[in-house]
Design a protein. Structure first.
Length: 477
């Protein structure tokens, strides 16, 4: 530890991502453990009307900094906020601030990133990949540079069964991807995203993988370090155990679920029966939640679950896992068919949960699954059921149930009509199956036809039937 303290002594440091969990812990550790450290420049963008200086005050007022405020309150004055944004060209820095960095900084720690798995590819590339290029351009001009530390992630190589301390061949050319993100509109990029990501599960891992190649190419002649943390949870021991300031990733799931699970297991007598301590039970439960969190992302795209190498799952177990994840309650789906729901409209899902007596968490999962399946297959040609089976690896019967939901949504059948309130999902399922089998363009080898389109003859019959009904109505009057 003494060697680390000596290394940082008298050095000016530039930190990005200081407002994130890792960044805050890093700031506290530097100020508390390296009292002779020089200035710590932090890149912060104005947010919610707060300037960077005010954001620094908010950060240093957290319980994380209690020891520093008590033992060395002057240390926080070493933090120098710089207005900027990693998603902007030149990091959004002023010419003056950039010159200060290039002339005085000797250590750079680049921890800024968008860590959302579902960020649009355009945003993720501009922040994670181009942002790394922009900071490397500044680093190359630093006159006193001793080391550049790039915070990556273990999961940028999640398509490999074993990861060594090397930069693996890229999944794409980072220069081309930056150019594409800068010039192609977001909608087009969103459509192309699955093809661009290839074997990687999300835009986060893809863009962080590209960022490693930015560092490798632009830092070939520089003292650079690529640091790959895995899942980040709370502090282990310093400055005190268990500190966390967000519920991102698995943390919220683990805190909410694990506490309930450990309590339930304890009440059932697991600790007495096995002789295990509560700490051991809690650790085991948390490990299961971490695994589930990783698996859930893969379950959003079942073919990727079948191809991945991180989890060694037997085919039979994998099929059961997918089937259980995509199962749905008839009562919940009946309610969803009658509503124009958005994932932002939490109140609607609350009402569905209350009316059906199904847990809100389960309602959200079922809604997300239906929306995901519909989005993937709605414009596909051929059999909708077969398309669902191919893209989600669902068993025949479950694929047919989803096919009925997709069909009803495609033809905009008004299931919320007052006269139809007594009908259940099985009723609509039977109706949809009959119409799809008898009155649609079934898959006959012609790629332009599919079984979510009503055929021409049926539509003509409907038109004639409407005329007859109108005449009957006039006759009765």
């Amino acid at each position: 530890m003494s060697g680390v303290i000596e290394f940082f002594g008298g050095q000016n440091i530039f930190v990005t991502g200081a407002s994130g969990f890792l960044g805050k812990v890093l700031l506290e550790m530097l100020l508390r453990s390296c009292p002779d450290v020089g200035k710590i420049f932090v890149l912060l963008r104005p947010k919610k009307g707060k300037e960077p200086s005010e954001r620094v005050k908010n950060i240093t007022s957290l319980p994380l900094f209690d020891i520093i405020r008590r033992e060395n309150p002057e240390a926080v004055k070493k933090i120098v906020p710089l207005a900027g944004d990693c998603a902007q060209l030149g990091l959004g820095l002023s010419a003056t601030d950039r010159q200060i960095l290039e002339e005085t900084v000797s250590i750079v720690i680049h921890a800024a990133a968008t860590v959302r798995f579902d960020d649009p590819l355009k945003s993720a590339v501009l922040m994670n990949t181009r942002g790394t290029r922009e900071i490397m351009m500044i680093v190359r001009n630093m006159k006193k540079l001793k080391v550049f530390v790039h915070v990556s992630t273990t999961y940028c190589n999640c398509d490999r069964p074993v990861v060594h301390e090397v930069v693996y061949p890229p999944h794409a050319d980072w220069k081309e991807m930056i150019s594409i993100a800068e010039h192609v509109d977001e909608h087009t990029l969103n459509v192309l995203t699955p093809k661009i990501l290839c074997k990687l599960p999300n835009t986060y891992t893809f863009t962080k993988s590209l960022a490693e190649h930015v560092v490798k190419d632009l830092g070939e002649d520089l003292p650079v370090v690529i640091f790959r943390p895995s899942i980040v949870i709370s502090t282990l021991s310093e400055p005190f155990p268990g500190w966390i300031d967000n519920f991102n990733g698995p943390v919220g799931l683990m805190i909410a679920g694990a506490s309930e699970a450990v309590t339930a297991l304890h009440q059932r007598g697991v600790t007495q029966q096995t002789g295990a301590t509560l700490e051991l039970v809690a650790s085991d439960v948390l490990d299961h939640y971490r695994t589930y969190s990783l698996l859930e992302r893969l379950l959003h795209n079942p073919p990727k679950l079948a191809e991945q190498l991180a989890f060694q799952i037997e085919p039979q177990t994998r099929r059961l896992l997918i089937e259980k994840y995509y199962e749905f309650d008839d009562a919940v789906i009946r309610e969803l068919l009658g509503k124009k729901l958005s994932s932002r409209h939490r109140k609607d899902l609350d009402e569905v949960s209350e009316k059906t007596c199904v847990l809100l968490k389960s309602c959200r999962r079922q809604f997300d699954n239906v929306k995901r399946v519909f989005k993937v297959v709605e414009d596909m040609q051929g059999s909708v059921v077969q398309n669902i089976k191919n893209n989600f690896l669902l068993p025949e019967e479950l694929a047919r149930r989803y096919g009925a939901v997709v069909f009803i949504a495609c033809i905009k059948f008004e299931t919320s009509k007052k006269k139809l309130q007594y009908l259940t999902f099985p009723d609509f399922y039977h109706c949809a199956q009959s119409i799809m089998a008898s009155w649609t363009y079934v898959d006959n080898g012609s790629p332009e036809y599919d079984d979510t389109e009503l055929d021409r003859e049926f539509l003509l019959d409907l038109r004639e039937l409407r005329v007859l009904l109108d005449k009957e109505k006039e006759h009765k009057q």
